[in-house]
Design a binder for this molecule. Structure first.
Ligand code: NAP
Ligand code: ZN
Ligand code: ZN
Length: 349
């Protein structure tokens, strides 16, 4: 099945309209007409081969919301017309201990990413996955999420990556009322972290190098704003936080973040800089502080996150763009000029 998409053909190429092939429906498959797809900074890291050589043509996009168009013969969870989501994974081995415990993102054989991953089946028209910057996608029902009623489709798209990536570690560490958390970097992930941390009852401070985001931080629900370029201001918050969730997309100084943590505090790394980060062990040794990495979230947990967001009326703050504005959106994302997630209107593809 041919579908319209936007692809880039080299690390420094622009996105252009390009038709791609989707596989024929298998018994367990759901065919989805994509309505909206968020733009994650991981899309840019991948499309520009920043995390290693990508496969081209590259069609990113793993924050997908759409309508079920057709289902395979054994599908039981979905029917034509359902509003659904697809996040960062479209398959995994489905039998290792990680998959068995709902942690498909840590699949021992490696999960199949929504784009840029080797496909598992032998009946695929292409050898690697292509994502949501397109009009249609075919996904096994086990990796399709249900969009709860009451959530706006366009502004829910970013929940499928930015939402679950921040929800999962905050749940894992048991964030709750009485905890103080810092959110480092106020972009797509950062602004979701603020909303989700608030819904868990925590006291939230935004740590940003962009002074113009101060008012937004408050509007998003943060209790405090700390300008990280002001060393005096930073020094006033030493040993203050139980947790800091680091969403920064580029190399930066981790010591500056670690010393803001209390004794036993945890720095949660979700931002995935393409370059190694310089790290002194002393801020950890001297206060028994910890660093924790976290990758998106499992399928069941993603569904729980969507239900949580529906209950607490949480969606993303988005700027809806046309497909031919993707190149411009990438440049603006790099310039920290996003409020706070670009979402492509795939109906206009
Ligand atoms: P984004 O919207 O571009 O936000 C990143 C923010 O980081 C920027 O808005 C900026 O915030 C800050 N920042 C950027 N460059 C910086 C620099 N040189 N020094 C200090 N701060 C800087 O990106 P995103 O979509 O939220 O993604 C953030 C990172 O998370 C990316 O690396 C992405 O690949 C990664 N990610 C990881 C997972 C996972 O599972 N672990 C999932 C999704 C994404 P301020 O202007 O407020 O300082
Ligand atoms: Zn993402
Ligand atoms: Zn597995």
């Amino acid at each position: 099945m041919e579908t319209k998409a936007f692809a880039t053909f080299s690390p420094d190429g622009e996105f252009v309209a390009h038709n791609i092939e989707r596989r024929q429906l298998r018994a367990e498959d759901v065919s989805i007409t994509i309505q909206y797809c968020g733009i994650c900074h991981s899309d840019l890291h991948t499309a520009r081969s920043e995390w290693g050589p990508a496969q081209y043509p590259c069609v990113p996009g793993h924050e997908i919301i759409g309508i079920v168009e057709r289902v395979g013969s054994s599908v039981t969870k979905f029917k034509e017309g359902d509003m659904v989501g697809v996040g960062c994974m479209v398959d995994s081995c489905r039998q290792c201990s990680s998959c068995d415990s709902g942690l498909e993102q840590y699949c021992k054989e490696g999960f199949t990413g929504t784009y840029g991953s080797q496909l598992r089946g032998t009946d695929e028209p292409v050898s690697y996955t292509m994502g949501g910057y397109s009009q249609n996608i075919v996904v096994a029902e086990a990796f399709v999420l249900r969009l709860p009623k009451g959530l706006d489709p366009a502004s829910s798209a970013p929940l499928l990556c930015a939402g679950i990536t921040t929800f999962s570690p905050l749940k894992h560490v048991g964030l709750r009322a009485g905890h103080k958390i810092g959110v480092l970097g106020l972009g797509g992930l950062g602004h979701m972290a603020v909303k989700i941390a608030k819904s868990f009852g925590a006291e939230v401070s935004v740590l940003s190098r962009s002074v113009h985001k101060k008012q937004d931080a408050q509007k998003l629900g943060a209790n405090h704003f700390i300008l990280t370029t002001d060393k005096q201001e930073l020094a006033a918050h030493l040993e203050e936080f139980d947790f800091i969730i680091d969403t920064v997309s580029a190399p930066h100084n981790l010591t500056e973040a670690l010393i803001l943590l209390k004794q036993e505090g945890t720095l949660i790394m979700v931002g995935a800089s393409d370059k190694p980060i310089d790290l002194s062990v002393f801020p950890m040794i001297l206060r028994r502080r910890k660093i924790l990495g976290s990758l998106i979230g499992g399928i069941e947990e993603t569904q729980q996150m969507l239900e949580h967001c529906a209950k607490h009326e949480i969606t993303s703050d988005i700027e809806l763009i046309n497909p031919d504005q993707i190149n411009q959106a990438y440049e603006r994302m790099l310039a920290s000029d996003v409020k706070y997630r670009f979402v492509i209107d795939c109906r206009k593809m």
